[in-house]
Design a protein around this ligand. Structure first.
Ligand code: FAD
Ligand code: SF4
Ligand code: SF4
Length: 389
């Protein structure tokens, strides 16, 4: 039996659903906790104590990890795919290759109510919806089980997700498949789907029904942390991350799942065949490179990852770099995100006071922040910060 299922300690579960999927007796069901994250519950009367749930749990079981063999900066040459990707479009380059080999791709899309969910498909239009980072925890649903079925049929499958999701898949499968390629993202945490829903509700009440949301939109300022919301009435707002309560607190790590603050995957040791992330500090090593469309940092972790990367390399602009150069620019390759002090009660505040009320105080704080910084004495600053945030 898994530690979370016994202890109910929310830090000890990544929410991957491997335990639920493996249980032969349907003795594990998934529910939303009071912060809106998914957690498993054990139905004691159905459990036969077979221990399968512990074996597949990425929190409880040792992970099979690899030290990256090498690191590169890479950018997909397909400009349409690149512009709708968060970084250098590495995911799309791999997915296009897998589709061209009649394979399947598993990744995160928004469903019709903007819930982030993992889907498994061989359709190009669906794969295009996977492009772009969704800064909210994705629900894996029954993706692991469906991947296992395809792997057994001998089909090529690409799985992309957060490292805990990749590890959950490996443990669920329980054996290595030559026809599976896994890509883990450099990851600093995921907020709750319920909070994301409140954020979207608040935006749509103010400006109209939403037709698209991007956490990273390259349209105005290229590769950066600007996001956009498009409304059904065809208006679109592009704004920096600190223009919204949700985005600001996400990037400051205030609203992540509890397990993210002790994440065992925040390390140079990787679970996927390949690791991809933003190569934010690329200009330190390549000062003359035009980086406006974005670059991915790619860690090649296994022989299989090396082979797959070789297959797509003619489609990429590639610059060799040092692993340590990528690690320097990405704190989550050596340590988990720090939990800020207000994480303790942030969710209860939002759910008790209402998203709009909390967000309004945040916006007022952002508005007067420059004046506070410049003119107010230190002691008074601290008090004001506490009141307004
Ligand atoms: C929650 C989250 C946190 C991240 N944190 C960092 C970070 O701290 N530092 C860093 O360098 N990079 C981070 N990334 C990775 C980065 O934002 C890009 O996703 C990555 O560089 C791949 O970009 P791309 O251009 O190759 O492809 P893109 O097209 O941008 O990547 C899309 C891929 O991401 C997957 N994906 C999107 N949203 C989710 C989700 N919610 N859960 C699981 N998979 C998802 C899709 O399935 C698809 O495979 C994070 C990504 C996510 C989703
Ligand atoms: S981490 Fe995954 S397998 Fe472990 S308890 Fe949570 S949902 Fe179950
Ligand atoms: S920070 Fe770690 S635990 Fe949290 S979603 Fe990312 S990989 Fe999973």
């Amino acid at each position: 039996m898994t530690s979370y299922l016994i202890s109910k300690n929310t830090e000890k579960c990544y929410g991957c659903r491997a335990c639920e999927q493996i249980c032969p007796r349907q003795a594990i069901v998934i529910h939303e906790n009071d912060e809106g994250f998914l957690y498993p519950t054990l139905l004691e009367d159905k459990c036969v104590k077979c221990g399968l749930c512990t074996q597949v749990c990425p929190y409880d079981s040792p992970s099979s990890v690899n030290i990256p063999k090498r690191a590169v900066a890479a950018q997909y040459k397909d400009s349409t795919a690149l512009l709708s990707s968060s970084s250098g479009g590495l995911f799309s380059a791999l997915a296009d290759y897998v589709l061209s080999r009649s394979g399947y791709v598993a990744g995160c899309v928004y469903d019709e109510s903007f819930r982030a969910v993992h889907v498994l498909t061989n359709q190009k239009e669906m794969v295009e919806k996977m492009r772009g980072s969704k800064y909210v925890q994705s629900d894996l649903c029954n993706t692991y089980t469906r991947i296992q079925d395809l792997l057994k049929e001998g089909l090529l499958v690409l799985f992309t997700g957060t490292p805990c999701q990749v590890d959950g898949l490996h443990l669920f499968l329980g054996k290595k498949y030559d026809n599976l390629l896994t890509v883990d993202l450099i990851c600093h945490g995921v907020p709750s789907p319920k909070l994301f829903e409140l954020y979207l509700k608040s935006e749509s009440e103010k400006k109209g029904k939403i037709s698209d949301i991007k956490f990273r939109d390259k349209q105005r300022n290229g590769w950066c942390s600007q996001g956009s919301i498009t409304y059904l009435n065809k208006t679109k707002t592009i704004s920096p991350y600190n223009n919204s309560y949700y985005n600001f607190y996400y990037l400051q790590n205030n609203i992540s799942r509890m397990s993210c603050y002790s994440c065992k995957y925040s390390s140079k040791e990787r679970v996927g065949d390949l690791t991809v992330g933003d190569y934010w500090n690329i200009t330190e090593d390549f000062p003359k490179l035009d980086i406006s469309a974005g670059f991915s940092a790619v860690l090649i972790n296994t022989d299989k990852g090396e082979r797959m990367f070789a297959e797509i390399s003619s489609q990429l602009h590639i610059y060799g770099t040092e692993l340590d150069a990528v690690v320097r620019g990405n704190g989550n390759l050596y340590t988990p995100s720090l939990m800020p002090e207000n994480r303790k009660n942030i969710y209860s505040r939002i759910f008790n006071e209402g998203y709009d009320s909390v967000a309004k105080k945040y916006c007022e704080y952002q508005y007067i922040r420059p004046f506070i910084r410049k003119y107010m004495p230190k002691g008074l600053k601290k008090i004001l910060k506490k009141v307004l945030r």
